[in-house]
Design a protein around this ligand. Structure first.
Ligand code: LMR
Length: 398
């Protein structure tokens, strides 16, 4: 039965890890996947996480099945983070949250549910977008199109183009929006532009699906929730996928959530019952550990404070790497102006490097980046930044 099976292409992001791990050069640097490393090149285990894990281990909790939607303590904590703890939506029971296997799992549960709800819809993703968005919504059975987003000339958002695209999308289309730290470009909308996107979604009857994988990596927990809060105030129904992979440095624990805002309590109960069917027929119920750790941190004033401080530390270090890279590129004699790197937000820089230049980085220097030219700034550190700057200057010269 497998004789005619073709080799599938390597994943454009996670596939880089495989190639990187197989590379024997000691100076190699992995700027591919979106993972935060500390200045020693290690994925940090946050102090707040360590404390919550220690308490869990000592309590020796039983390992029964979780509720299909995950525990209330976790889902409630997610809602507070997204909407603010005094949110009227939460008070009115208009918010349904289910724990999910990372942000990707949340997108997939949402996509599968949407396919049942709106089987004829088209999904629109930004041009460009995270590589997995298209693949994921296509695998859920949707046609996937794009809306204008990035302007390579200004290295910012082509907002006029974006609005024109949204205004042309058929009613009932699903619009996947990056709530903050746009992946891959690092170009975000302003607060005022978010309000215009809300208006466009309302006017066209579009279904917003906000993907929020980097809350806290641009300006802070509440500041980065501006898009979610703009939609919250709109009276619209919408979807949010969120993730603690980055913000809690819990990548492999697969901790995320799907949140759906409905018109009211009764609708919430019916929507939850349907989403539970999607989960039950997929992986039954979520694993315990990651969600329990996140809930313990977010529901303890002391640990939450510690986590926020650690998150700010990661945010600040990425910023320092941005300005550091700009300086080091100049020092390395780069002929291009890379000052835009310092203005982009989140973990990534959309460098403008061509696929051929990215390939030279890999072949000649052992530096791995996504072929679109996206690099992860959070993988830079005081030891490798000079080497990376010299390599980028070399492949972009002349
Ligand atoms: C990325 O974009 O590198 C991260 O979101 C990791 C992933 O799952 O692709």
């Amino acid at each position: 039965i497998f004789a005619a099976v073709e080799m599938a292409p390597r994943d454009p992001i996670l596939g880089l890890n495989e190639a990187f791990n197989a590379d024997t050069r000691s100076e190699k640097v992995n700027l591919g996947v979106g993972v935060y490393y500390d200045d020693n090149g290690k994925i940090p285990l946050l102090g707040a996480v360590r404390a919550a894990e220690k308490a869990r281990l000592e309590a020796q909790p039983p390992r029964g099945y979780q509720p299909i939607e995950g525990p209330a303590a976790y889902n409630g904590a997610v809602q507070n983070l997204l909407f603010g703890k005094d949110s009227a939506l939460i008070a009115n029971a208009q918010v349904v949250t289910v724990e999910a296997l990372g942000g990707t799992g949340a997108l997939k549960v949402g996509a599968d549910y949407l396919k049942r709800l709106l089987p004829g819809a088209t999904v629109y993703i930004s041009d460009p977008s995270w590589e997995n968005h298209r693949a994921l919504f296509e695998s859920a059975g949707f046609p996937v199109d794009t809306y204008a987003y990035y302007d390579a000339a200004t290295r910012g958002v082509n907002f006029t183009g974006m609005k024109t695209s949204l205004e042309a999308a058929p009613a009932g289309s699903i619009i996947v929006l990056h709530a903050c730290c746009h992946n891959p470009t690092g170009a975000d909308l302003s607060d005022a532009q978010w309000n215009e996107v809300v208006d466009a979604c309302r006017a066209r009857g579009l279904v917003p699906f906000l993907d929020m994988a980097y809350q806290g990596f641009a300006d802070g927990i509440d500041a980065d929730a501006v898009a979610v809060r703009a939609f919250s105030a709109s009276g619209l129904q919408f979807f949010v996928s969120s993730s603690f992979s980055k913000s809690f440095s819990l990548y492999g624990e697969r901790v995320g959530a799907l949140t759906i805002v409905t018109a009211g309590k009764d609708e919430s109960a019916r929507v939850l019952s349907q989403v539970k069917r999607v989960i039950r027929t997929n992986y039954s119920n979520p694993p315990i550990h990651g969600g329990a750790v996140v809930a313990a941190v977010l529901n303890s004033a002391e640990l939450r404070q510690e986590w926020e401080t650690e998150l700010a530390g990661m945010r600040d270090r990425i910023r320092a790497m941005r300005t550091g890279l700009v300086d080091q590129l100049k020092a390395a004699g780069a002929t291009q102006d890379f000052s835009f790197v310092a203005k982009q937000r989140g973990m990534f820089s959309y460098t403008g490097l061509s696929a051929a230049q990215v390939e030279r980085l890999r072949a000649e220097f052992g530096i791995y980046a996504v072929s679109t030219g996206r690099i992860c700034l959070a993988a830079l550190n005081s030891k490798n930044i000079g080497y990376v700057a010299q390599a980028i200057a070399a492949v972009t010269k002349g």
